[in-house]
Design a protein around this ligand. Structure first.
Ligand code: ADP
Ligand code: ADP
Length: 227
């Protein structure tokens, strides 16, 4: 279970962007998170992926509460997560050929053995073929780079996936290919998914259930509280 309990989070303590939000994803479940731009979905997704420390509330991953937060959670807990963001170019080291980009988490966690085979297997899963793996991010399209980012997110075989607007910048056929790759991974491994998006049709098709960000908070809306 991925359990977000009464999470308050943001960038300054005085004005949190996520206020008292609770959300659970069951093992193997796919949950879509929908809401207007700027409402705090990405911030909650980063908390869920253990990349952003909440100001209040707790994150419990497979029964283990995250206790030793710095700005992020300890790496041992983070490696249970694969994360894909909307802006592939911001999270991709421009110097690394796609093959190295995909292998980066293996290198970072000291698991180089069998790395080339794993990269080749994942490249096939996400549909990266030919010489694309030797090219650097600026030499490939947004869609090709996002395929590599998804492969990187899967390389450590995470039990949980967090996809934040993964396909928002992509055409229909690349979107379909990436959603299919996530589905194949999930049916092979039983991994759970939190998918953030703004397209209800896509999320409904992709996920077991779709929740509205604005329905998750039990906090009194600030305007009402101010009155
Ligand atoms: P969404 O994903 O729903 O569009 P975000 O979580 O990205 O929403 O943003 C929620 C609010 O937090 C917005 O007002 C945004 O400007 C602000 N915000 C997001 N990231 C940062 C940041 N790194 N520093 C300061 N404010 C931020
Ligand atoms: P740091 O050394 O800064 O703690 P990390 O341990 O978070 O870095 O990760 C090292 C590299 O591995 C990062 O640059 C990141 O690109 C990649 N990485 C780590 N965890 C993930 C993940 N869950 N999904 C995708 N890439 C990851």
């Amino acid at each position: 279970m991925l359990d977000l309990r009464a999470i308050t989070a943001g960038y300054t303590r005085s004005t949190p962007v996520v206020r008292d939000v609770s959300l659970s994803v069951a093992p193997g479940e796919a949950v879509g998170l929908l809401g207007p731009s700027g409402c705090g979905k990405s911030t909650l997704a980063r908390v869920a992926a253990l990349l952003h420390r909440p100001d209040a509330g707790s994150v419990v991953v497979d029964g283990e509460p995250v206790r030793r937060w710095r700005h992020r959670a300890p790496r041992e807990q983070r490696t249970a997560f694969g994360v894909v963001f909307q802006q592939a170019r911001l999270s991709a080291d421009p110097r690394l050929p796609l093959a190295d980009l995909i292998a980066e988490p293996l290198r970072a966690t000291g698991r180089r053995q069998g790395s080339a085979d794993r990269v080749a297997e994942l490249a096939a899963t996400v549909g990266l073929t030919g010489d694309l793996l030797t090219r650097r991010p600026h030499e490939v399209s947004d869609g090709q780079l996002q395929r590599a980012c998804l492969a990187r997110a899967l390389v450590l075989r995470p039990r949980w996936l967090v996809c934040d607007e993964m396909t928002a910048m992509l055409d229909a056929s690349t979107t379909a290919a990436l959603v299919r790759a996530v589905e194949d991974y999930r049916s092979a491994t039983g991994a759970g998914l939190l998918a953030v998006g703004h397209d209800r049709t896509l999320l409904d098709r992709w996920c077991d259930r779709t929740v509205d960000f604005t329905s998750l908070s039990t906090a009194v809306p600030r305007k009402a509280a101010d009155r």
